[in-house]
Design a protein. Structure first.
Ligand code: 5AD
Ligand code: SF4
Ligand code: FES
Length: 361
């Protein structure tokens, strides 16, 4: 049918211009792109989806990112931090539900007490059922020593989104000061990789001031950094943040979701063996958003395990999905939703990135 498009789609090693053509696809071209990405995923990774039980450890944050509801400048959040017992209860629940891995996420803190408690918690989580749970951390920028300490405690995956790989856009969505250094963030990704973590990064899609060139460069950045995991999700304007005033200048929710799906699909073609998460933010903009992301090439879902009473305080962006659901409801819900689109959950496994384990062999 569409020979020019088909030629790009079936090619390898996309350049920036080719990526832009793919990201601009709509109608039948977009459908063809997503179908192709799913085919490629099935070929390399089968139809498995891996789960990470998400534990939102605390919403205290030292940073002030201009898009995020947890920013330190937002006085309208009730700040909390889970107790050790609460975290371990979540982890035991993850193990009982067969999730195979947990992801510990929180606002950014670097005080010695926090660092020590995380190390302790990782060690305790690794004691559950003889170390059967994989542990992903998503705790922001830290010193090399801290990253090493947590790795030695037993964490083996780390997520640190670059948010935007364009330095210029990075400083439009973060305050321009020493606490929010683009260079430092890139450096942290390098440190995480050399510490031995399966390292993940990612970006938001549909940010104010973001162009197709920025998005194409984000994909090239992931490839260049040779990361093992990527999380791409739509930006959702939060009323208590500075970026909210640009909400009229961004694409519609449907457009942000579509662009997210195309980003996932193109990246699946570029990096067929990485783990890619179907971000919860997808479900916020569309009730079927996570399934659509899985169908477009993602292979990881992070069901929320945070105790109900804290969920509404982990208010990164409005209308987060599953806020009122119980963890066991999510399990059966996901089974059904994923079976409906021809996927199955791989229970009781860590679900490591094939891109990473192949290299480690
Ligand atoms: N919309 C979508 N995603 C957001 N994040 C933070 N704020 C928002 C928002 N308003 C994402 C960031 C961060 C992750 C924890 O949540 O990418 O890395
Ligand atoms: Fe803090 Fe992360 Fe939110 Fe930035 S995105 S304010 S570092 S929780
Ligand atoms: Fe939480 Fe469906 S995944 S209720």
């Amino acid at each position: 049918m569409d020979r020019d498009f088909e030629e790009i789609l079936l090619g390898q090693d996309f350049g920036r211009e080719e990526i832009k053509v793919l990201l601009a696809a709509d109608g039948p071209r977009m459908k063809r792109l997503l179908d192709r990405a799913r085919e490629v995923k099935f070929r390399y990774l089968d139809n498995y989806v891996h789960l990470r039980g998400l534990i939102e450890y605390g919403n205290v944050c030292e940073k002030n990112c201009l898009y995020c509801g947890l920013r330190s400048g937002n006085g309208r959040v009730a700040r909390y931090c889970l107790s050790d017992e609460e975290v371990l209860d979540c982890a035991r629940l993850a193990q009982e539900l067969g999730y195979g891995s947990v992801a510990l996420q929180s606002g950014e803190r670097s005080d010695p007490e926090f660092i020590a408690r995380i190390a302790h918690l990782v060690r305790e989580i690794k004691k559950i059922d003889g170390g059967s749970l994989g542990v992903t951390l998503s705790l922001g920028e830290q010193s090399e020593e801290t990253y090493r300490r947590w790795f030695e405690a037993g964490a083996h995956r780390y997520l640190l989104r670059i948010e935007s790989s364009s330095e210029e856009l990075y400083y439009k969505i973060h305050p321009r000061n020493a606490m929010h250094s683009f260079q430092r963030r890139v450096e942290c990704l390098e440190i995480l990789k050399r510490t031995g973590y399966q390292t993940g990064t990612g970006v938001m899609v549909g940010l104010p001031f973001q162009t197709l060139d920025h998005l194409a460069d984000d994909l090239l950045f992931f490839k260049r950094m040779d990361v093992a995991m990527v999380g791409i999700g739509p930006y959702i304007p939060h009323p208590d943040t500075p970026l909210y005033r640009f909400r009229d200048q961004i694409p519609s929710a449907a457009e942000r979701l579509d662009m997210t799906l195309k980003m996932i699909a193109v990246l699946r073609l570029m990096m067929p063996e990485i783990n890619m998460v179907a971000a919860t933010a997808n479900q916020t903009v569309d009730p079927q958003g996570r399934e659509k992301a899985i169908a477009a090439g993602a292979n990881v879902i992070m069901p929320n395990l945070t105790p109900g009473e804290y969920r509404e305080s982990y208010f990164i962006y409005p209308d987060k999905a599953c806020v009122k659901d119980q963890p066991d409801q999510c399990r059966s819900c996901l089974d059904i939703r994923l079976a409906a689109i021809g996927h199955r959950i791989l229970y009781n496994a860590w679900g490591d990135s094939l891109a990473f384990t192949k290299k480690a062999r």
